[in-house]
Design a protein around this ligand. Sequence first.
Ligand code: MEV
Length: 334
Amino acid sequence: MKFFIRVPLKVTLFGEHAVVHGKPAIASTLPIHVSIEAMDIDGDRLIITFNNVLLPIESLALDRKNTKIIEVKTNEETIKKFINYITTALDICEDEVRPGKRKGFLIDLKSPVPTGVGLGTSAAVSVGTIMLCLASYLSTTDVEKNLVAKLSWATEQRVQGAASPMDTYTITFGGIRYIDPSTPKAEFIESPIKMNFIIGYTQKRFTTGMLVRVVKERLRKLQSMTHIIDAIGGVVEEAKNYILRGDVESVGMLMNINHGLLDALGVVTQEHHVIVNMLREAGALGAKTSGAGGGGAFIALARDEKHAEILKSVVKTLGATVVATSLGFSGVEI
Ligand code: MEV
């Protein structure tokens, strides 16, 4: 059987880090996707091709005369990371549906953005692989999404050591989601008016796992950090109400507050301070680091579509890459 799976990437609007400590968060899928083409193969071999995966290139050697590339060194760690998520997802899924069984798959993976920039590529690979495994073993494309989300979250937890359900649940179900990590539950929330965001990223220097550990360590040491986590939880609850009401001015103000609180947690880089301040000076209603921090993804709320284009050119001059000017609606599809 052959499978084609489209897995959206995601952006965090509110509540990153605090969600690891039991607070709610708001995230959304994006209209950009990781795609997985796969088929069952005989035996228990796993063949993975990384066609068109945009990898951070470590070095490149050029023949000056013919301007021919003679050597490209890609970041092996990135490939190893993907392999780890794929094999872990398959193990978890097979232990759930056919304990002890291991099946062969040929998997071709394509990603429009590099891994580890805070847009959920790891979660997308986990969700896509779990979807593939369940569809293959249960011989149906009508896969129970609650099971996909649950097993994908277990994959992230096993690989990273700690992970909230935010990325995997948002990517599984799609659209803007209010995540309650205690249940876990991913409630769909919708604004009555269109919100114009720009979403981009800069190079990220630390992994999500590292940043989650840094915040955890500070929380263990400093009582004041608990108040920051509580404050982020409060921002999320307020933001949910203003999104539902379509009050974009208030949503923007809360994005700015959330950015300040992320800074207090110690995960905002100098480069992101510059980008966020420039976006605000260019009239953004709100702008913040998005995801684990340490560079990586950011999100800004524009006044309208035209203004989003202006903000896009502002961040491009600062060397950032813009990946979307709107949020997505769909979750994982097979
Ligand atoms: C993940 O995109 C962002 C963090 O909140 C970690 C998590 O939710 O697992 C920092």
